[in-house]
Ligand binder design. Structure first.
Ligand code: PA5
Length: 466
């Protein structure tokens, strides 16, 4: 099995009865697990959860590889324009599997393009990235499931004009639109204006879409072995698609987090001890927050439920957030992401002039980071703080694919435990609509008037340092 879940420190015999779980509590969840699993299976059979089947898509690897080779021939820089689920998975996997890629020169990169994932509309940040690119040699992947997200469409408008100013009428060949197969402005543009495009399979929502062209195309362009990524995900499917709680790591981890939440541990910290896995925590933060943070339960009752995901990085955050985790409120569960074998070890040499450092000689950095993770876990236990660890044997395309798939299934299943719809994000939609109103989009005049009235009713309290 590519991934191991160590939940020793979640249990009462490790951290005490107040915040630790008893075996009986876990076994008592077996029935609920079977119920939720049966619902998931039913929905899968009805074709309502197509993300499950993505790793077995028979054509996507060949299609994405062919398109990637075409992009590699023409361009030296690839820019993803997208946000949320259209960006975070790519960033996470790119960092894990092509760490430092953009810092290498073209020869070191094997002639592969650089990749920038721009997921914000900060004009300074956006302009600074454009300034690093040659418009004649840059390809943009415009990624939006809905095809209407204001950040992505605005980025597209700026980038399109920037490229046109350099290459004239040929600008269309610098853009590939990745969007819904039927609907949305980007799909209309692809059909009408002749842009190249890829379809995000119907029914696959943003944050569950990294194994579609959304993630696979940019990753293939920068040399990620996307076949191996999907193979790892497909292999993980064998372990997470059955209803035996105690042998299904996705279900078991969801249950552990859920029971901890019910004990008041409402903050889920994901803490990779690996620079390469750092952005997996960013990706997971969106998965967990958008999928589980909900106002209404599935029966429409008001619940305001959801664990708060936080990301941290080991060892860096041992000198930042860990003080709070050790001694602050009892409201967190820490999940470590542990790499069992690093690609490099980096031995620590002896240095006679510094006898105070002599204890380090003969060890290496791989050993140090691993020992620091164990030390942090043990210190948390001593402070009665629940924690667990997900171990990857190594950071490879297979293990990263497996991890992502496991966390997707874990999130979907957790939706069942929390009794919310994990596939929607009505709170995010509301913000999108209000932005349209404030930007003067046709059809949103009523919301604009409401907003103006709401603003007029408020008594401004502002302190300006002049
Ligand atoms: O998970 C989701 O559905 C969201 O985070 C979306 O990915 C995000 O809002 C961007 O939407 P879109 O892909 O439609 O531009």
């Amino acid at each position: 099995m590519p991934i191991t879940l160590d939940y020793t420190n979640m249990m009462a015999d490790a951290v005490g009865a107040a915040y630790g779980l008893r075996d009986e509590e876990l076994t008592a969840m077996a029935g609920r697990t079977r119920e939720i699993h049966a619902q998931i299976r039913q929905r899968r059979t009805a074709g309502e959860l197509p993300f499950f089947e993505l790793p077995k898509d028979p054509t996507v690897v060949a299609e994405m590889t062919a398109l990637a080779q075409d992009i590699q021939k023409q361009f030296d820089t690839l820019v993803v324009l997208g946000i949320g689920g259209s960006a975070l998975g790519t960033t996470a996997i790119f960092n894990a599997l092509r760490y430092g890629h953009n810092l290498m020169d073209a020869r070191q990169r094997g002639g592969l393009p650089r990749l920038f994932v721009l997921d914000n509309v900060d004009p300074d940040g956006f302009a600074a990235h454009l300034a690093l690119c040659d418009p004649a040699r840059t390809c943009f992947l415009v990624i939006s499931k809905s095809g209407t997200t204001v950040e992505t469409t605005s980025q597209f408008l700026v980038a399109r004009q920037w490229v046109e100013a350099c290459v004239g009428d040929r600008f269309r060949s610098h853009f590939i639109l990745i969007t819904d197969p039927q609907s949305g402005v980007l799909r209309e543009l692809a059909n009408r204006e002749g842009y190249r495009s890829c379809a995000i399979p119907a029914g696959v929502g943003g944050r569950f879409s990294v194994f579609t062209p959304v993630g696979l195309l940019p990753l293939a362009c920068v040399g990620v072995d996307i076949a191996a990524l999907l193979k790892g995900a497909a292999e993980m499917a064998r372990y997470v698609c059955h209803d035996d709680l105690m042998t299904n790591p996705a279900y078991l981890n969801a249950v552990l987090q859920y029971l901890a939440y019910r004990r008041g541990l409402s903050i889920t910290v994901l803490m990779p001890y690996s620079d390469r896995l750092r952005y997996i925590a960013d990706w997971f933060r969106q998965m967990w927050a958008e999928s589980l943070g909900k106002q209404y339960a599935t029966d429409g009752s008001l619940v305001h439920v959801g664990p708060t995901p936080v990301n941290a990085l080991g060892t860096t955050d041992q000198h930042s957030q860990v003080q709070l985790y050790m001694e602050g409120p009892f409201d967190k569960v820490v999940t470590f992401l542990v790499v069992d074998e690093f690609d490099q070890e980096l031995p620590l040499p002896d240095y006679q002039a510094a006898p105070q450092m002599a204890y380090l000689a003969g060890h290496n950095l791989a050993e140090l980071i691993s020992i620091e993770q164990q030390a942090t876990a043990t210190a948390l236990v001593r402070n009665q703080r629940a924690n667990c660890a997900l171990h990857l044997p190594r950071v490879t395309a297979e293990s990263v694919g497996a991890l992502i798939y496991m966390l997707e299934v874990q999130t979907l299943f957790a939706g069942g435990l929390f009794d919310v719809n994990p596939l929607d994000q009505p709170g995010v939609e509301e913000g999108k609509l209000l932005t349209y109103a404030l930007m003067g989009r046709q059809g949103y005049e009523a919301q604009a008037r409401q907003l103006a009235a709401q603003k007029g009713d408020l008594n401004p309290r502002v302190l300006a340092c002049r």
